[in-house]
Design a protein around this ligand. Sequence first.
Ligand code: B4P
Length: 185
Amino acid sequence: MARRILLLGPPGAGKGTQATLLANALHVPHISTGEMLRSAVAAGTELGRKAESIMAAGELVSDDLVVAIVDERLSEEDARCGYLLDGFPRTIGQAEALNDSVIDAIGTVILLDADTDEVVQRLLKRAEDEGRADDNEETIRRRLEVYEADTSPLVGFYGDAVLTIDGMGTVDEVLSRIMIALAKS
Ligand code: B4P
């Protein structure tokens, strides 16, 4: 059975960090809409030009644009035997569009949970290290609000498929909690 996993959680909870490690461990492609959008911005494509100011403000890029890039990516050969979705779907509309285009699109949802103060500190540290345009304090607060309003309803949408994982502690501690939960699921 193909492993089709979604990593869900507020900005800074460790989605991208854990997705990279998990995709390696599980031998499935890591599909991050955040990374795809940042690459489009860096390459100056039409998608990138549309997404740049939206991302810098901490808002969500429109469902239509994001659904289109994910549909294209999921039609590639390497996604046939499973995938790890990181940061998509992020709205109920995106989740419904995914269900319309892929049968049994998501088998397991890993919800990474972390304290607001901790995620803000992690993202401010990344701002120092990497200089990402959306890692300033004002935008981080906005991203957290957007998560609560638009993305957290996905926990109810996916219901019993959701495994909640404590995202506090070291990267290795969180990874081992996820691996144990997946092995039991
Ligand atoms: P994303 O790239 O998905 O960014 P993110 O939610 O901020 O989390 P990320 O996964 O990068 O960070 P992580 O917690 O791993 O999205 C960026 C923007 O793109 C969105 O705001 C939106 O505008 C747009 N977008 C993306 N997908 C979209 C969609 N589907 N629809 C519409 N718009 C979309 O890591 C954060 C930091 O914490 C890192 O520096 C990491 O090293 C550190 N860290 C991680 N785990 C740690 C730990 N255990 N201890 C200490 N530090 C840790």
